[in-house]
Design a protein around this ligand. Structure first.
Ligand code: UT7
Length: 324
């Protein structure tokens, strides 16, 4: 028998305000045509004034717990992936813990930018497999709108705000690919590429929050290669062919990057969950937001095999194979 981290519930939250490409045309020198052609993005959600990452995360967590039929008192662990925490410290996860009324267990943040959700999933899975937690909340939550330079058209058109969460529960499996739950996770980082995607501020450097800076074209090239490699690695580790994957749930940075990964897997577009058109890039929140959308509209069904993959600043990248 093998301990598996089974996904027993999921939930998401998006701020009410929607910003379209037409709205952005009034802010910077850009066009709906350029944004759609280069990225696939048509609109994104933006947090209201005063609405923070913890607010978004709390709503997603509550929805995921309700879906799982569990209450917060049963949760042993919260791992929250974010690059836009409410404060430099303490962890936003502890704020969510308090809001949920949890007075026991462990809560902390994970920082891997756009790969954050895959990282957080791997961390929680390892806690569960090590017997250190039985029920875990894994949250990806971001308010990227707060760290954008709204005068820089090369970045401000790309990102959005939101949160998604899943509940993991320790269950016994057979140790085969037929088990429900997380089958394998695969994480990578390469710190040499720091300057291609970073925030130009921080407590120990400038004592300011800073803004996102990106060399888009170079990030794009690395993303295509790294994501192709990590999905191959995930398939090989499980002895699977791409045709056996029911759903690809990729990080939603750019439709062209998503299409490239799908093409390499020879995966039909109808098996790829795409939300970048209406969410933009929500960093650590993008995979759980896409996953929840496809679960809620009935595309992803219990027992389906789902491949998640992401790449972000650091560079960090990774994949998770999950049977829902
Ligand atoms: O989530 C973490 C990982 N992040 C990513 O994966 C993002 C990866 N990168 C990308 O998605 C793409 O590189 C971008 C969408 C950021 C940019 O697309 P691109 O096809 O690589 O465009 P580019 O940077 O080569 O820029 C092409 C042109 C430039 O003008 P010139 O020099 O050719 O005259 C830019 O100045 O487009 C111009 N441009 C814009 N034009 C209108 C850049 N941003 C804009 C804009 N509106 N918003």
């Amino acid at each position: 028998m093998t301990i598996r981290s089974v996904m027993v519930g999921c939930g998401a939250y998006l701020p009410a305000r929607v910003m379209t490409n037409a709205d952005l045309e009034k802010v910077v020198d850009t066009s709906d045509d350029w944004i759609v052609e280069r990225t696939g993005i048509k609109s994104r959600h933006i947090a209201a004034e005063g609405e923070t990452t913890a607010d978004l995360a709390e709503q997603a967590a509550r929805a995921a717990l309700a879906h799982a039929g569990l209450d917060a008192g049963q949760v042993d662990l919260i791992v929250l992936a974010t690059a836009t925490p409410d404060h430099t410290f303490p962890a936003t996860a502890t704020k969510v813990q308090a809001r949920l009324g949890m007075t026991r267990g462990v809560a902390f943040d994970v920082q891997a930018v756009c790969s954050g959700f895959v990282y957080a999933l791997a961390v929680a899975d390892n806690f569960i497999k090590a017997g250190q937690a039985k029920v875990a909340l894994v949250i990806g939550a971001e308010t990227f709108s707060r760290i954008l330079d709204w005068e820089d058209r090369t970045t401000c058109v790309l990102f959005g705000d939101g949160a998604g969460a899943v509940v993991l529960k320790a269950e016994e499996g057979r140790g085969t690919g037929a088990d429900r739950g997380i089958l394998t996770t695969h994480l990578h980082s390469d710190g040499r590429h720091h300057d291609m995607l970073f925030v130009d501020g921080g407590p120990s450097t400038t004592q300011t929050v800073g803004h996102v800076r990106m060399r888009g074209q170079e990030v794009f090239k690395h993303a295509v290669v790294n994501l192709a490699e990590v999905v191959e690695e995930a398939l090989a580790a499980n002895g699977l062919e791409p045709s056996q994957i029911d759903w690809l749930v990729p990080h939603q940075a750019n439709k062209r990057i998503i299409d490239s990964t799908a093409r390499k897997l020879k995966m039909d577009g109808t098996k790829v969950v795409v939300t970048v058109d209406h969410h933009g890039n929500t960093s650590a929140a993008s995979i759980p937001l896409a996953f929840v959308e496809a679960v809620q509209d009935g595309r992803i069904k219990r027992g389906d095999l789902v491949l998640m993959e992401a790449m972000g600043g650091g560079f960090t990248w990774g994949a998770a194979l999950v049977r829902w």
